[in-house]
Structures are given as C-alpha cells and as structure tokens.
Design a protein around this ligand. Structure first.
Ligand SMILES: [Zn+2]
Length: 291
C-alpha cells in the first residue's frame, strides 16, 4: 500500500495515509482527475454520516493539485469532512501556483473590463448613428420643402411682377416704389435660398464624413475584440498545459513514493536476514567453544 505521509507511522491503521491538518470546514473547489476519484473505501476514511468519503483533487489557491477526501453527500447534507491526502506543497511550489492564480484572475478582470468598455462604446455609437439618421432624414425633408418652394417661387414672382407692372402703368409713381421694394424682397429671398442650400450641402458632407469615421471606428473595435478573444483562448490553452504538467508531476511523485516504500521493505528483509545470520554465527561459535 502506498504511504503519502512523510513520517513513517507504525500503528498500521488506515489513518496513517492522511496528513493531519487543521483544515477549515469549507470544501475546496475541485478538478476532474481520473487517477484519483470515486469512493475512498480503500483509504478507510469515514465521515460523520458513517459513510466512506469521496476522493477529490483540489483546484483552488495554493492547494491546487492536492488530493483530499471529503464527505460523499452533495449539497446541504454534506457533513464538512475534509481530510488531506497530500501534505502542503513546498513553499516555492505554493508561490508559483499562487502567482499563476493571480495572473489568471488579473487576466479575467482585464477581459471583463475591456468587454464592458466595448459594450459602452458600441452603445454610444449606436445612439450617435440613430441621432445622425434622424438629422439626415430631417435634412432631406427640408431640402425637398425648399426645392418645392423654389419651384413655386418664380411663378409667384412673375405673377406679382406682372400685376404690379400693370397696376403701376395704370396708377401713380408710388406703385413703382412698391415694385422696387418687392423686387428687393425677392432678391433677398433668393440670397437666403442660396445660403440655405450651401448650409445643407455642408451639413450633408459633414454627416457623410462622420458616418465614415464611425464605420472605421467600428471596424477597429471589432479587430480589438477579435484580438482579445484570441488572447483569452491562448491563456486557456496555457492553463490546460499547466494542468497537464501538474498531473504529470503527481504521477512522478506517486511512482517515487512507491519506490521508497519498496526500498524500505527490502531494508527490513535484509535486516532480518542479517539478524538470522548473526544468530547462526553465534550458534557456530558456541559449538566451536564446546569443542
Ligand atoms: Zn458525511
């Protein structure tokens, strides 16, 4: 049987396989590990329910990779049994695992923040696009109204001019003054139309430019998002690789422990053989002395 305890216990009970450890009742997060799973009836660990515990491998903090036995009952009925099979990892390994978890948490946090920032930018861009669309539609409507007005204007002017001229021919010099005034108003109106058309053209141009900028911004954001996604995938792959490494190390440790145990039993056998030889020598010496 494999002994995971560093201190060689001689009482022969199943409890010698468990490192004594004042663990908190909280059961650590676990990871699937085919080499250490299922009921722990071979390790002789019984929980408060009187049932054999279940084997788990921790996947939390500096205990990541340590094997333990916990109550097999899931949910609220769990009696809180946690018996560690592996001792605490050496300090340098704990530091390395701690650093890895910090890196993982940092990366998770960064991803979350970037996602939030991107969603807010996308929301703002959508809002701006909506507003621009409304402005654009209103401008188109204004231009159409202006064009309609412009189409109807010359007829009215001509009509007014003709009427005014006929009246002025018939009447006095005051009418000439009125005609001049009306002509001035028409000229002014024409100038206003030209200015309005220029403003509308400029607005339309600016709107198109802004739309192009927004489209390019959106493209940039999409590229950023793709990069972030790729980085996340890479981190996940790295994590998987590390998990594999930990599993390999566990296997190597188990193998070494088995070898150690075999060597110990060899030493005991050799010692027994030595004692027996010593006894035989004593007997031979006694026989020689008698002679
Ligand atoms: Zn239990």
């Amino acid at each position: 049987m494999v002994s995971w305890s560093d201190s060689e216990s001689t009482d022969g009970s199943g409890a010698q396989y468990i490192s004594s450890d004042d663990s908190p009742l909280k059961i650590p997060a676990t990871i699937d590990e085919p080499s250490f799973e299922g009921l722990a009836d071979d390790l002789n660990v019984i929980c408060e329910h009187g049932n054999p515990g279940r084997k788990y491998v921790a996947f939390e903090g500096i205990s990541t990779g340590r094997r333990f036995i916990a109550c097999a009952t899931e949910g609220v009925g769990n009696c809180g049994l946690v018996k560690w099979v592996d001792e605490h990892w050496p300090e340098h390994l704990q530091n390395a695992i701690h650093k890895l978890w910090l890196m993982y948490e940092h990366s998770q946090h960064e991803n979350k923040m970037a996602c939030l920032k991107h969603s807010s930018t996308v929301h703002n861009l959508t809002q701006q696009k909506k507003e621009l669309q409304e402005t654009y539609e209103k401008l188109v409507e204004d231009v159409n109204n202006l064009l309609d007005y412009k189409d109807s204007q010359p007829e009215v002017n001509q009509k007014n001019d003709a009427e005014n001229i006929s009246v002025s021919v018939e009447s006095s010099m005051t009418k000439d003054v009125e005609i001049k005034k009306l002509k001035a108003v028409v000229d002014q109106l024409k100038k206003i139309h030209v200015a309005q058309a220029t403003v509308i053209r400029n607005l339309k141009f600016n709107h198109l430019k802004e739309k192009e900028k927004l489209t390019s911004d959106k493209r940039t954001l999409e590229i950023c998002y793709a990069d972030l996604k790729k980085e996340k995938d890479d981190l996940k792959k790295e994590k998987d690789k590390l998990d594999c490494c930990i599993a390999e190390l566990m296997k190597v440790k188990e193998k070494l422990t088995m070898e150690k145990s075999t060597l110990a039993s060899c030493i005991v056998e050799l010692k027994t053989a030595g004692d027996s030889n010593k006894r035989k020598l004593h007997q031979i010496k006694a026989i020689c002395d008698e002679d």
